[in-house]
Unconditional design. Structure first.
Lengths: 411, 236
């Protein structure tokens, strides 16, 4: 084995230009595939963090999946009724705190009550629509990242004034309000409430920041004109991928519509799957093209050594030994190329990560990249396999050649 | 050196023929019977394309006969596997070709050590010493660390001879070993061969076009159309 290694090493070192070209071929493939994989998984994780993890994973609302059936329809299934009106029900979830207590017995995660309502903000003579969410700051921190997104104040600032409100920073800028200003809220039921802006919130998602406003539960209940109203329960689960199943169980248990983050972002997720498919295809294509490049270079080196193969065989080297020499040469080139590719991939990631993008819909951001040894190992595995095949096949062919034919041809 | 008995042929060919091609069949060697005994210095001569080199490759187990048997040290080789034939080449036979066929990336001493390393009998220090001694004996003591590209044609051929002798083979087979050399270098090679035969009782079989060099051998085999020519054929 030492002899085999020694011959392989000597071949590699004495033909530095070819070795470098071979290495570069492997390094390019490994480097670019590492970069693409890092970019791909980075964007996926960024998506989860930005759009999913900062929001509650499941929202239980006071709606039902199907409209309630009329008592007459229950009694007379074959008779068609017309002109029946839907019974008026009081908005909100019935016994919300009992439901929360029940969920907390089995659910792996956190649960918080909230009141969702729409209102018009009246300030400086202008009316602007807003989505007002009443929250309990103490339990809210367990179900969303709202506390970390508050600027110029904190979530607890809601306790500072009798009718305190936190506005999305873009909303505040649009209406010209600042922390400390008093604004007027007018609800759909006609309730009018004067509130003090105690902080601003910045989620980084333009649509949220332009319409969202947060108050205490009690304030939102007053705005809705219904004491004790809780029309949404916000849930955060420990395993975000289990949200769909957990939502189904909650819906089966409570009868209320429970929407998981997957269901809420169904359209985005399907777009994401297509995007993932495209990205995986691109990474696969890069690895495949790089493999062909590696194969070409290494098989060329092996072909150039056909005469040496004949000499070694005439000396008494076996086919197996000869094959092993060229296989090891290919693997050494593959390994050196892989190491260089790892460095190249890492540097490419660093370079890409330093580029800043500005979008009107999002904050100024950098390309999301995810660093994991798995990407490096997969790229290395493919590169080494390609190098091995690239060395083995031509070496096998060359080792089978009759040394006499080569010796006669070379004389 | 491999143990040998003077009455046992080192290589024996019995009715050996070599035919190549499937559609157009060409006979390279026909029905050859030949014995190479220890201490024999044999020259194989004949016109171009007569089958001299083919005969040498058959003697050296580099080629397999179509019919007949090649015995090495009394052992039939026609049914041996490739690995076993390679092993016999490594232990019993040494080759020198018209072109030196040294590995260009290795120094002279490393080239000489290659067959020893492949055989694996000696340790590194012993291998290095033996390779150095062989090169020294062939007048190359000052060139042991030079690569083939740094040596003259004659020096390269002497390194090739040293490599062929590395595992102390019983038979040295040389295919036009002086074909690419000037007169002085050719003379040197022939002197080395003669010395090896006289001092070590090795058998040497060499192919040559040069009848003057062939005359220096103890025995001449003239090949015509793949056959060992009879005296009448030779005269013709």
């Amino acid at each position: 084995m030492n002899l085999v290694l020694d011959i392989a090493r000597t071949h590699i070192l004495s033909r530095m230009r070819q070795t470098l070209v071979g290495m570069l071929g492997v390094a390019m493939g490994v480097g670019f595939s590492v970069m693409m994989a890092s970019l791909m998984e980075g964007s996926q994780r960024d998506f989860v963090e930005q759009l999913v993890d900062s929001m509650p994973h499941i929202t239980i609302s006071d709606e039902r999946r199907d409209p309630p059936r009329q008592p007459a329809e229950e009694a007379f299934g074959t008779v068609e009724f017309s002109g029946l009106s839907t019974p008026v029900t009081r908005p909100g979830i019935k016994n919300p705190y009992a439901i929360i207590a029940s969920l907390e017995t089995w659910l792996k995660g956190s649960v918080a009550p909230s009141v969702q309502s729409r209102a018009v903000i009246r300030y400086a003579g202008r009316d602007t629509a807003a989505s007002v969410t009443g929250i309990d700051p103490r339990s809210e921190v367990l179900v969303s990242d709202l506390a970390s997104q508050v600027r110029e104040g904190s979530l607890d600032s809601l306790y500072k004034a009798s009718s305190a409100i936190i506005l999305g920073d873009r909303l505040a800028r649009r209406i010209g309000a600042r922390v400390g200003n008093r604004i007027t809220l007018v609800s759909g039921t006609g309730q009018v409430l004067s509130c003090t802006v105690v902080a601003l919130v910045h989620t980084g998602i333009a649509q949220n920041d332009e319409t969202a406003a947060y108050t205490l539960l009690k304030t939102a209940q007053i705005l809705a004109g219904q004491t004790g109203l809780v029309n949404a329960i916000r849930v955060r689960v420990r395993d975000i991928m289990s949200a769909r199943e957990v939502a189904q169980r909650i819906e089966a248990q409570t009868g209320y519509k429970s929407v998981s983050w997957q269901e809420a972002n169904e359209d985005l997720l399907s777009a994401f799957e297509i995007r993932n498919f495209i990205m995986y295809t691109v990474v696969g294509a890069i690895l495949l093209v790089a493999s062909f490049g590696t194969y070409n270079i290494i098989s060329t080196i092996t072909h150039e050594k056909t005469r040496d193969i004949a000499i070694l065989k005439s000396l008494g080297f076996t086919e197996r030994t000869v094959r092993r020499i060229f296989l090891i040469e290919a693997l050494i080139i593959g390994m050196l190329g892989t190491l260089a590719g790892w460095v190249l991939g890492y540097l490419l990631c660093i370079a890409l990560g330093s580029i800043e993008f500005k979008s009107p819909f999002m904050d100024a951001t950098r390309l999301p990249l995810y660093f994991t040894p798995v990407h490096y190992l997969i790229a290395a595995g493919v590169a080494l396999a390609a190098s091995g095949i690239a060395g083995y096949l031509p070496a096998r062919k060359a080792a089978r050649l009759h040394p006499v034919e080569i010796i006669r041809g070379a004389s | 050196m491999t143990p040998r008995h003077d009455d046992v042929p080192l290589i024996e060919l019995s009715g050996v023929s070599k035919v190549i091609g499937s559609e157009i069949r060409t006979t390279l060697v026909r029905e050859i019977d030949l014995r190479i005994m220890p201490g024999e210095f044999v020259a194989v001569t004949g016109p171009s394309g007569s089958g001299k080199s083919s005969l040498l490759y058959l003697l050296g187990l580099l080629d397999v006969p179509t019919t007949g048997e090649v015995m090495v040290n009394g052992r039939a080789t026609s049914r041996l596997r490739e690995e076993e034939r390679a092993r016999l080449r490594l232990t019993h036979l040494g080759f020198v070709f018209q072109f030196h066929f040294l590995l260009p990336e290795f120094s002279a001493i490393d080239n000489v050590m290659l067959p020893m390393r492949a055989l694996g009998r000696l340790g590194e220090a012993a291998r290095r010493k033996r390779a150095g001694d062989l090169l020294g004996a062939l007048g190359l003591a000052a060139h042991v660390h030079k690569r083939p590209g740094q040596l003259s044609g004659g020096q390269r051929q002497r390194v090739a001879i040293a490599r062929a002798l590395a595992n102390d083979p019983a038979v040295l087979l040389a295919d036009e070993p002086t074909g690419n050399l000037d007169t002085a270098s050719s003379e040197q090679v022939l002197e080395i061969f003669r010395r090896l035969v006289d001092e070590t009782r090795r058998a040497i079989v060499f192919v040559t076009h040069d009848m003057g060099l062939a005359a220096r051998a103890d025995r001449q085999i003239h090949i015509v159309d793949g056959r060992i020519a009879t005296p009448a054929e030779e005269a013709a």
